[in-house]
Design a protein around this ligand. Structure first.
Ligand SMILES: [Zn+2]
Length: 500
C-alpha cells in the first residue's frame, strides 16, 4: 500500500524537477450488432440476463466462433493508427476468477495482437506529439455486478450482489500506447488530447459510439516520474477506469503531484493499480498490480487462428473514410485559417460546429469568430461544452447573415445570440421581439445626430476646425441614444455631413 502523504507537490513545481512519462490504455466497446464469440445482441439497456446463451455464459461444451465484423473493425482501427496488421495471430486465455466472468477466463489477445506498432499525432498548443501505439488487440467484456444494500454501491456493506451477464462477451478493443516521454509540463494535457483525438478517430471510423459516460470508451492512465536526467524511467502506477476527458487530465495531474511528494520524501513509488475519484480529483491505491504470469495466458484452444488475407486488409484500407487530421488540414486550407485559430477550434471542440455553420451559409471567418468568441464565452459561463449550447449552427449562420446584410451590427448580434440561447426562438424572431434591428430610417438617425450636436457645441466646433478625432464622443452618444442600434459608420458620415 502507499504511504499516506500529508501534502502534494504543486503540478508546475513537480514537472520542473521531475520528468513525467505517461501511457494510455483505452478500452473501446465496438458497435457490432452481436457479441464477440456468439450471436447474442449487444443492445444497450436490455433486461438483465436476457442477452445470454450457452457460449457467453460459459456452459460446458459450448464453443466460441469469432465475430468477423469485430475483426474487421479492429483492422480498420489498426490501419487508421498506422499499425502493422498481423497476417496470422491467435486469441489467448487470460485466466482469473471473478464472479462477473462466467467462464473463469477472458478470451483476449496476449503476445499475438492483431495490430502493432503504429502512431497517432496529437496537436497541443501548436506542437505536435507523435504518440506511439504499441498494440491494438481484441477481447471480450465481462458481465456486471450490482451490489445491493450498501451506501456506496461497492461490495463492502452490501446485503447481496446480483450479476448481469448481458455484457459478458461484448467485443472490446484495447488500444495501448507506447510510453510517452518528453511532454514535460504538457503531460496531463497531452494525455487528455490523445484520448480526444482517438475518440474523434473512432467516431469517424464508425466502429463505436465512443460514449465515455456510458462506458463505451474507458481509459487506464499510466504515470511515472523520474528526476531530470535520470538513466531510467520511474515506477509507474496505473489509474483505472478514468471516464471523462477532463478526468484523464486530472488523473495525470494528481499522480504527478502525488508521486513527486513520494520521491521528495525519499520513498519509492509503488507499482500498483489506483482508483480515480471524480468528486475529489484524487487517486487511491487499489490492489498491487498483477504480473502477466499471474494470468497464466495460453493460446485459446477453442478458436482457429485469425489470418486476415492481404487482399481483405487492402480492401478495408481502401474503404477508410477521411480521417480527422486529414480533414482538418483540408478544411484549414479551404477556410484560410491560421494554425492558432485551428488549434483553438480543435481545443474547444468547435470544429464540427464551424463546419456546419459554414455549410449553412456563413463565411469560415465569421463562423469561427462567433463560436470562438461570444458563444465560447457563454459556454464558459454556463460550464458546458459548446456543442451543448441551445443554439444550432444554422441559427448562428442566420445571425451572421443578418450582420452581413446590415440588419445587425456586432453588438446587436451578440444580443440576438443571447436571446436565442435564452430560448426566445429563432434569430429573426428575437430581432423583432427585442426591437434589435439597426436603425436604417435616416430621419430618425438624423434627429438623433442633430440632438447630440446641439448638446455638444464645443465638440462640434472642434470638428468644424478639423479636429476629426473628437468625433468619437459624438458617435458614442448617438449610439447610446439609439441603444446601440445605429450603424457607427453611417453615424460618422451623418455627423460629418451636418458639420461640413
Ligand atoms: Zn451469447
Amino acid at each position: 500500500m502507499t504511504t499516506g502523504l500529508a501534502h502534494l507537490v504543486p503540478y508546475d513545481e513537480a514537472v520542473s524537477r521531475y520528468e513525467p512519462v505517461i501511457g494510455l490504455e483505452t478500452h473501446v466497446e465496438l458497435g457490432t450488432v452481436s457479441k464477440m464469440f456468439c450471436g447474442c445482441p449487444t443492445t444497450f439497456g436490455l433486461p438483465p440476463n436476457s442477452a445470454v446463451c450457452p457460449v457467453c455464459l460459459g456452459l460446458p461444451g459450448s464453443l466460441p466462433v469469432a465475430n468477423r465484423a469485430a475483426i474487421e473493425y479492429t483492422i480498420r482501427i489498426g490501419l487508421a493508427l498506422n499499425c502493422t496488421i498481423a497476417t496470422w495471430c491467435r486469441f489467448a486465455r487470460k485466466n482469473y476468477f471473478y464472479p462477473d466472468m462466467p467462464k473463469n477466463f477472458q478470451i483476449s489477445q496476449y503476445d499475438e495482437p492483431l495490430c502493432t506498432d503504429g502512431w497517432l499525432d496529437v496537436m497541443v498548443d501548436g506542437q505536435t506529439f507523435r504518440v506511439g501505439i504499441e498494440r491494438v488487440h481484441l477481447e471480450e467484456d465481462t458481465g456486471k455486478s450490482l451490489h445491493v444494500g450498501g451506501a456506496t454501491g461497492r461490495i463492502h456493506g452490501a446485503d447481496y450482489s446480483l450479476v448481469d451477464y448481458n455484457r459478458a462477451g461484448i467485443p472490446l478493443v484495447e488500444v495501448v500506447t507506447k510510453p510517452v516521454a518528453g511532454t514535460g509540463a504538457l503531460a496531463a494535457v497531452v494525455a487528455r488530447d490523445y484520448v480526444t483525438e482517438l475518440r474523434d478517430l473512432l467516431r469517424t471510423l464508425r466502429v463505436s459510439d465512443v460514449r465515455m459516460e456510458e462506458g463505451s470508451l474507458r481509459c487506464d492512465v499510466n504515470t511515472s516520474l523520474a528526476p531530470h536526467g535520470a538513466a531510467e524511467w520511474g515506477t509507474r502506477t496505473e489509474t483505472k477506469n478514468v471516464n471523462s476527458l477532463r478526468s484523464v487530465e486530472r488523473a495525470v495531474r494528481f499522480e504527478i503531484e502525488r508521486q513527486a511528494a513520494v520521491l521528495d520524501a525519499g520513498l519509492r513509488v509503488v507499482q500498483e493499480t489506483r482508483h480515480f475519484h471524480e468528486d475529489t480529483g484524487t487517486t487511491t491505491a487499489g490492489r498491487s498490480k498483477e504480473e502477466a504470469q499471474d494470468y497464466r495466458y495460453f493460446p485459446e484452444p477453442d478458436l482457429v487462428p485469425v489470418a486476415p488475407p492481404a487482399a481483405w486488409v487492402e480492401q478495408i484500407r481502401a474503404g477508410l473514410p477521411e480521417l480527422p487530421a486529414a480533414r482538418r488540414a483540408r478544411l484549414q486550407a479551404e477556410w484560410g485559417l491560421s494554425d492558432a485559430e485551428m488549434t483553438r477550434l480543435h481545443n474547444v471542440g468547435a470544429f464540427d460546429l464551424v463546419q456546419q455553420t459554414v455549410a449553412a451559409g456563413a463565411s469560415p471567418a465569421e463562423a469561427s469568430k462567433w463560436w470562438l468568441g461570444e458563444l465560447a464565452r457563454h459556454a464558459n459561463s454556463r460550464g458546458t461544452d459548446l456543442a451543448e449550447l441551445p443554439i444550432t449552427p444554422r441559427q448562428v449562420a442566420r445571425v451572421s447573415a443578418l450582420v452581413q446584410d446590415g440588419t445587425l451590427n456586432d453588438r446587436l448580434a451578440r444580443q440576438v445570440l443571447a436571446g436565442v440561447l435564452a430560448g426566445e426562438g429563432e434569430p429573426d424572431g428575437v430581432v423583432a421581439a427585442r426591437g434589435l434591428a439597426v436603425v436604417t430610417d435616416d430621419s430618425a438617425l438624423t434627429a438623433a445626430v442633430d440632438a447630440v450636436i446641439a448638446n455638444n457645441p464645443d465638440v462640434a466646433a472642434k470638428i468644424r476646425d478639423g479636429k476629426i478625432a473628437a468625433i468619437g464622443t459624438l458617435i458614442g452618444q448617438v449610439m447610446a441614444a439609439t441603444k446601440g442600434r445605429a450603424d457607427a459608420q453611417r453615424v460618422r458620415g451623418l455627423i460629418l455631413q451636418r458639420l461640413s
